[in-house]
Design a binder for this molecule. Sequence first.
Ligand SMILES: Cc1ncc(COP(=O)(O)O)c(C=O)c1O
Length: 341
Amino acid sequence: MTGKPDPFDVPFGTILCDWMTTARADGGPYVYGGSPEPYGDLAISPSAHVLHYGSAIFEGLKAHRQSDGSLAVFRLDSHVERMVSSAALLRLPPIDAQTLRQMVIDAVEANSTEVPDPPGSLYIRPTLIGTEPDIGAAARPTRSALLYVVNSPVGDYFKGGVRPLTLLVETSMPRTVPQFGMVKCGANYAMALGVTLDSMAANEAIDQVLFATGGDITETGAANFFLADGERVITRRLDESFLHGVTRASVIELARYLGYEVEERTISPDELVEWAERGEAFLSGTAAVLAPVGTMLYEGMTLTVGDGAPGPNTMRLRQALVDIQVGAAPDPFGWRTPVRG
Ligand SMILES: Cc1ncc(COP(=O)(O)O)c(C=O)c1O
């Protein structure tokens, strides 16, 4: 990793690795040449579908340096599956799961010398854009598309590492249109940006906005939300209004494995008032990992979660998750895909 900064010294996602993989579809299946290319700019038409009609989706997953020095991608197949489904929901040319899987593995192997040791990791960003030149395609899908995978060595997503986060509970503005919350498309992030920036400008202590539109807590701009205590974990039941986090699914499986009851249901922000006094709250996500919540700002109230410090159940679940990710614990669920490196 010569000549690049330490990922812990710069914002998440701002260092890019030297190699990428690309595949193009042009009225048929994606054609992947089978070998990585040097990372570099893309040439697309100014009339490309993506630039006008927002035909863009992406994924976010990680490869971790294992305690024995090898490399493994965490939950590769779940992320591939979600991208296949995002492409279908946005009517992009259908992705072949096997091709995408191989493109991820090849990119990671090519960039293996750039993978930092834990707690750092290699963030993997598969991306798909509609490239058909057509500025009259408001009601037509793109027939041509570019699928690519870039990598970034990363440190902590939240500045300051594992620390109790402050959330603002937003009850009026939605994060996205309700039926598209489960799609990992660029447009959702564009919609959430203004609300998030405005909230943060009003109070710089806020780390994330927790969307609870109409009194229904779903997720933050970058992670899913959980309540926890010594007996149970609670998170929003799945529907199309928010992103079906792969980490969320992992936490649910792990919690059951560790003996917690799991409740998947609606959570009202009013519940937080009582819960903060006796329970714990945390966020889950590929970037966020499993991040403790220390304070929630809700309707003028400052709710301190427990004593404001990371709770024992949160930290227990976090450790169990991280241990599997970095190969410090067995992998009973088959979540790790080994790659050469
Ligand atoms: C809006 C949103 N919700 C939830 C998540 C968590 O999803 P995952 O655990 O698959 O990373 C993310 C992260 O990608 C996200 O951007």
